[in-house]
Design a protein around this ligand. Structure first.
Ligand code: SME
Length: 179
């Protein structure tokens, strides 16, 4: 049986990297997300879809989700996959706060070496957090992937994810659906 959607893949079918070193095909994942989310401009629907598709694409990813900017300087939990995530993160705290504050991707190979890291799960060893902008260039949140493996993420992961986020959220606008 062939199913096009990673998030709908039944357990037992090979989909995630089971730690055997099979590299994630970011191009294929980007195409799948573009197809599933085509025409969608609701930010929460996009976040839920992206969190699901990315999380299920690779066994390096143990927590995958979004924090949303809900007021100046403050992030609140958004759609995610994995265990419990902390609900509130101010911009001056944690890896997520650093990504929101600086507008730059945070690739953290060792969370214990990152001052102010917020340990939502004690098992987390490394993280990748990217800022998320809407089509108007407004910061609407951050996308956080946590791994229980040390040094799980590469610069190539960060660049591929940034491209997916940019194209996925380009149609989101505070003024309503972008043309
Ligand atoms: N570790 C993050 C907090 C979010 S959770 O890990 C899901 C941080 O330091 O910002």
């Amino acid at each position: 049986m062939t199913l096009p959607l990673g998030g709908n893949t039944p357990k037992g079918e090979p989909q995630r990297d089971e730690g055997a070193g099979i590299p994630l095909d970011w191009d294929e994942l980007a195409q799948r997300i573009a197809a599933v989310a085509e025409g969608e401009t609701d930010p929460i629907a996009l976040m839920a879809t992206i969190a699901c598709e990315v999380h299920n694409a690779d066994d390096r990813f143990d927590w995958t989700g979004f924090y949303r900017v809900v007021r100046p300087g403050h992030l609140k939990i958004g759609p995610y996959q994995g265990g419990h995530g902390c609900l509130d993160i101010p911009f001056d705290r944690g890896v997520c706060g650093a990504a929101a504050r600086t507008g730059e991707a945070q690739l953290v190979p060792d969370v214990e070496a990152f001052p102010g890291h917020i340990a939502c799960a004690a098992s987390t060893r490394s993280e990748l957090v990217l800022p998320v902008w809407d089509g108007d260039g407004r910061l609407i949140g951050v996308f956080d992937i946590d791994s229980d493996r040390p040094d799980a993420f590469t610069q190539a992961d960060a660049e591929a994810l940034a491209d997916i986020l940019k194209s996925s959220f380009s149609g989101v606008s505070a003024r309503g659906a972008a043309a």
